[in-house]
Each structure stands twice: as structure tokens, then as C-alpha cells.
Write a protein that binds this ligand. Structure first.
Ligand code: C5P
Length: 297
């Protein structure tokens, strides 16, 4: 049962990551009139959708009884403030991480950013070994290094992208690099911390995700206020939302659910392999189906 859930969750993660990448790319190339949606509000909407989906899953687990649902939410979330507060740590780190990646992308070209961010595969393994006492064999370490190198090569800048990177000053490259390196450590730490909480305490993965989403929504709303407060008060929270925006937001929320399931039934290291598999899959779809990508040597 648990082995089935492991491979099912990993398979859905590959499908979810691939469709999110392709839909986001499609939504970016689509020309629409009017203002574009604000990504800060999309983050909050995805967190709220995630909480709603998790509440539905807890409702289903409690045999569709509203009274039982109410009791579980009360007992497991409201009456255990210290347990709930534990989730503020990964949630705050993930918020910081999303902001760091924004700083990184403003100071580095997309390809350099992607290559460097793959270092998170190794930091995740290091945190798994030190915080969860996981033991990895020499072959497993070797596979991780090969995976990281392979993914980094796939993302390596092509000639035209190198031209763009030369336009960025050395100082700004340094800021970008520091941001992405810090994000590698925060990604590894937050993922493994969440895995530790899931595997060492009794609360269900959906309760844990509601707690994570609660703090995520609060931090996300702070982000909307700081980055886009003026735009929101002028054009509204949902400015620029269209059907495609909703698909992206739903896929993002689904991503949060699937990542949580993968961390519970598999682990963070296998999550790295699943997302890398999705790079291969989206490359194949881009090349054979969408025909908007020609692979270089
Ligand atoms: O790059 P990395 O794999 O660390 O990104 C993980 C992403 O998954 C973060 O953006 C985080 O907000 C999200 N996440 C989630 N729910 C979880 C765990 C992670 O939405 N339970």
C-alpha cells in the first residue's frame, strides 16, 4: 500500500511539474490585453486553495461527518498551538526562499539561475543525512552528483543567453549568486524539516499542510502588501486573472499537495529525481509536440 502511494505520488509529481511548466510558459507567451496578474496574489490564492483541498481531504477521512471534521480541526490545530507553530518555521523559510529566488532572477540570467539552483539536490541530501540520519551508499552519492551535473548541463546557457548575462554587472551577479545559493540551503532545510515533522509526529499530512498553508497565507498577504499594495488598491486583488491564470494557480496548489504526499510517502531526495524527470518530459514535449525547442549538443 505504502509502496504504491510512494510511486503514485512521485508519478503525479512528474505530471504536475511538467504541466505547470508548460502552462506557465504558454501563459507567458500568450498576448492578452489589460494588466497582467500579480504573482504575489497568485501565491496567496494557491495557498488558500491548498487549505480548502486539505480540509476536504480531512472531511473525507472523518467519514464525511461535519462534526468529526470540526472536532479534528479544533483538537489538532487550535488546541495544539505549539505543534501548529512548528510549521511557521518551514513556512517562513519557503516565503523567504520565494523572495530570494525573485532577487536571484532580477540579478542573474535565467539559465545561470537554473544551473546554480540545482545545487539544492546536494544540499537536500546533506540535510537528510544530518537531520534524519539517513545513510546513503557511495553509489547513491555518486548518482546524486551525476544527477546534479546532468541537470546543470541541461540548463547550461546557450550562446544567445550568454550575451544577456554579460549585460549584468559583476556586483549584481554576486548579489544574485548569493541569493540563489542561500535559496539552495533554505530549500534543502525546509523540505527536510517538513519531512522530519511528518515522519516523527502523528498528525496527518493534510493537517500539517493546513498548518503550513495558514502561515503561508499570512506571509503571502504580507508579500502582497509590501510588493503590490498600491497596484492592488488601484486595480483590485484579482486584476488580470483569466482562465489560464486559474489553471496555473490550481496546478500550483496541486503541487503543494503532491509535494507534501511525496515527502510523506517517499522522501525529499526522490522528489529531486522526480522533478528532474519532469525536465526530460517537458523537453520531449517541447521538442516533439510544441516544436518550440531545438536541443543543442
Ligand atoms: O525548490 P523547492 O523544491 O524547495 O520548492 C518547494 C516548493 O513547494 C516551495 O515553493 C513551497 O512553498 C512548496 N511546498 C508546498 N507545500 C509543502 C511543501 C512545499 O507548497 N508541503
Amino acid at each position: 500500500m505504502s509502496a504504491n502511494l510512494k510511486y503514485l505520488s512521485l508519478g503525479i509529481l512528474v505530471f504536475q511539474t511538467t504541466s505547470l511548466v508548460l502552462t506557465m510558459r504558454y501563459s507567458r507567451t500568450l498576448k492578452e490585453e489589460g494588466p497582467r496578474y500579480l504573482s504575489s496574489t497568485a501565491v496567496v490564492v494557491a495557498e488558500l486553495l491548498k487549505i480548502m483541498a486539505c480540509i476536504l481531504l480531512v472531511y473525507k477521512d472523518s467519514k464525511c461527518s461535519l462534526r468529526a471534521l470540526n472536532r479534528i480541526l479544533h483538537d489538532e490545530i487550535l488546541n495544539k498551538p505549539m505543534e501548529t507553530l512548528k510549521l511557521a518555521i518551514p513556512s517562513g523559510i519557503y516565503t523567504l526562499q520565494n523572495n530570494l529566488l525573485y532577487v536571484a532572477l532580477s540579478n542573474l540570467d535565467a539559465a545561470t539561475y537554473q544551473v546554480t539552483y540545482q545545487l539544492k539536490i546536494l544540499t537536500t541530501a546533506l540535510f537528510s543525512v544530518s537531520m534524519l540520519s539517513k545513510k546513503l551508499s557511495v553509489y547513491q552519492w555518486l548518482s546524486l552528483v551525476i544527477l546534479m551535473t546532468g541537470v546543470a548541463f541541461v540548463q547550461w546557457p546557450s550562446d544567445s543567453q550568454e550575451l544577456n548575462s554579460k549585460e549584468l554587472s559583476a556586483g549584481s551577479q554576486f548579489v544574485g549568486l548569493m541569493a540563489v545559493l542561500t535559496a539552495c540551503f533554505s530549500s534543502g532545510f525546509a523540505g527536510v524539516y517538513f519531512e522530519k515533522i511528518l515522519k516523527e509526529t502523528k498528525q496527518s499530512v493534510w493537517i500539517r499542510n493546513i498548518q503550513l498553508g495558514f502561515f503561508g497565507s499570512i506571509f503571502g498577504l504580507m508579500g502582497v502588501y509590501v510588493y503590490d499594495g498600491e497596484l492592488v488598491s488601484k486595480n483590485g486583488f484579482f486584476q488580470g486573472y483569466n482562465r489560464l491564470t486559474w489553471i496555473v494557480v490550481v496546478l500550483q496548489a496541486l503541487g503543494g499537495l503532491v509535494i507534501a504526499a511525496v515527502i510523506k510517502y517517499a522522501d525529499n531526495i526522490l522528489k529531486g529525481f522526480a522533478t528532474s524527470l519532469s525536465i526530460i518530459l517537458s523537453t520531449l514535449i517541447s521538442y516533439f509536440w510544441l516544436q518550440d525547442f531545438v536541443p543543442t549538443r
